[in-house]
Write a protein that binds this ligand. Structure first.
Ligand SMILES: Nc1cc(-c2ccc3ccn(Cc4ccc(CN5CCCCC5)cc4)c3c2)n[nH]1
Length: 265
């Protein structure tokens, strides 16, 4: 997967050199490219913002630098209507005709969820537009939508100072779903909100050695070697955790008549 990030704070993304994502980049699984929006300004002060039309607090990001930046980053990949975004190369990286999906973090976007991360992880090429100030002139997304899919994404009902943190969250969540990014020891399958037997439940407590620590014991069932009993215990703990921390998820499961909720564990 290729990921382009356009931002006025490229240094914000130094963490993408580390850990799993850093290794995936070194292994060629991820091709992450950073672009400083100010490279596409032409005035002495590299201006990227201006006062909002209609008045109101703060500043809005000007459209021109964004338009030029997206043209440059997407470049020859500009689509004609009949071109899909399917990769032209066998390893899933975008070929010359590929079209990226533009992801624009914003408080007013549609919710980012694990399911949406799975969908994005199947894309060959994502471009992130990191806004600052009070946001980006709305014509930037409108113009981009003429030649590529555009998604406005919120990572939660709170207001960040810009799109960079949200982009880090989305890139991390999506990247860990790519084949080869998580080691064999870890698995994204058992995540909260994963599909399958623990569908949409929060995961319960986890333990490792030592079995006794500061007078606190590991639940004996986990040491029993009885995998059926362990699975039942884990599901019960997941239901308890979900009921305590996210009762609305449990109601949704009950309403969906999910099998197993009424099972006597
Ligand atoms: N999930 C999430 C994504 C973001 C995000 C993403 C990208 C940018 C770019 C700039 N900001 C800061 C910003 C944006 C909008 C406003 C306008 N204000 C919003 C609250 C109601 C009144 C009007 C203020 C400040 C961003 C914030 N925050 N939270």
């Amino acid at each position: 997967m290729r990921i382009d990030i356009i931002t006025i704070f490229p240094d914000y993304f130094a963490p993408l050199e580390l850990s799993l994502i850093g290794k995936a980049r070194a292994a060629g699984i991820l091709d992450i490219r950073l672009h400083d929006l100010r490279s596409w300004t032409h005035d002495r002060h590299n201006t990227v913002d201006d006062t909002p039309y209609g008045g109101g607090p703060g500043m809005v990001m000007k459209p021109e630098p964004w338009g030029e930046a997206l043209d440059a980053v997407i470049g020859a990949g500009r689509a004609t209507p009949d071109q899909g975004s399917s990769p032209d190369t066998p390893d899933g990286t975008p070929g010359p005709g590929a079209v990226p999906r533009l992801v624009v973090p914003t408080p007013s976007g549609t919710p980012f969820t694990q399911e949406r991360a799975r969908r994005l992880s199947e894309e060959p090429w994502l471009v992130f537009a990191c806004g600052r100030y009070e946001g980006i002139d709305s014509r930037v997304a409108a113009d981009a939508a003429r030649r590529m899919p555009v998604e406005e994404v919120s990572i939660g009902d709170y207001v960040l100072a810009g799109g960079e943190s949200a982009t880090l969250v989305i890139v991390e969540t999506v990247s860990r779903l790519l084949p080869g990014v998580l080691g064999n020891a870890e698995s994204a399958v058992q995540d909260s909100f994963a599909t399958g037997a623990m569908e949409n439940l929060l995961e319960g407590p986890v333990y490792t050695k030592p079995a006794h620590w500061r007078g606190l014991e590991v639940p004996p069932v986990l040491l029993s070697g009885d995998h059926g009993a362990v699975d039942r215990w884990r599901r019960h703990e997941a239901l308890r955790k979900t009921a305590r921390n996210r009762p609305e998820l449990l109601r949704a499961l009950a309403e969906a008549g999910m099998a197993g909720l009424d099972r006597r564990d």
